[in-house]
Design a protein around this ligand. Sequence first.
Ligand code: AMP
Length: 393
Amino acid sequence: MSFSKLKLSDPILKAVAEAGYTAPTAIQKQAIPIILSGRDLVAAAQTGTGKTASFVLPILEKFNVERKLRGKRIRALILTPTRELAIQVEANVAKYSKYLNLSSMVMYGGVDSGPQRQRLIYGVDILVATPGRLIDMMYQRVLHFDELEILVLDEADKMLDMGFINDIEKIIDRLPSQRQSLLFSATLTEEVRFLADTVNEDAVEISVPPSSATTPKINQWLITVDKDKKSALLSHLIKQQQWDRALIFIDKKHAAAKLVSQLEKRGIIAEAIHGGRSQAVRERILADFKSGELKFLVATGIASRGIDIENMTRVVNYDLPYDSDDYIHRIGRTGRAGASGEAISFVSNDNFKNLCAIESRLGHIITRKEIEGFEVKKVVPVSILNFVPKHKR
Ligand code: AMP
């Protein structure tokens, strides 16, 4: 099936072709006609499936008619859990709308609000925002929602995990009831469904299993290693296997800084992004990593959400994530859109329960490797599949 069957206009098809997409992904095939028909939508789709284009393209199609935008007004609001994801989504909007006469803007906290206010004076067609800053602007009456036509909640599960529910409710209270609402989430948990019921009316529900994602080939494997040997193991792999690049996930921000200096001592240049660094620093580091100038990026889970790096071939779970959804999101950073990738997890004995939860979620055991010279003292047992954690952290 080609994109032209999806009833999208030529300027959109041209931009999509320039992005290098030849055929719509599973989520795009399902979501685009529903959104164009005006129905509300609840979609279970993970990062890496092409979900962003699945809502951005039909929004552009619907907005591709002459309409005068009033000052301080927006027509579509896309809410995302993190600034990185907001930046990413808006970059996609700009890319797909380059042949249209539509405006878009990204808005997030942690930076001076002056330029954002200035930009809103003339109104914006598509605003991508994180909840906190949006609420500030809303209370300051810098923007009004009376002309809003479409609301998108992207990565709704993550927004709930991050405690944004009250903010989201405050925002929804101010939106016109006559609108189209679209909700995307990696998983449709009870909480997400509850949220979906409050935002949507009679929504169509669709779901894209990870197997039909754009991400075809991710080689996943794990290395069992004692906790205190992890940084030595990482340096060893980087050097011995001559890694050119890697995105390395770690749990805590102080551990991220420590790992960077441990690598440095072994002659490996890395940088860390985490919630404790300013937005400007995070953006600079990300830009360096994207350009290839920086080869090794250490990131905490939250800071890394939404990073879309083309041709990312290797992701390392230096710490195994506590949440199996996070594991799936992380490995979704590699092997994107046709490229193949490798996802390596360092697993120590105290990760056993997490590992069981992740492997149960995947439905299979991850291939294990032990590296010579790093044989474990504390054995990691083989998982029991269908394990359900009692106390999810
Ligand atoms: P997303 O799930 O929205 O984060 O998208 C994952 C990746 O797939 C991004 O790098 C997109 O640029 C890419 N992508 C989106 N749609 C397509 C498509 N139809 N064909 C190939 N790549 C795509």
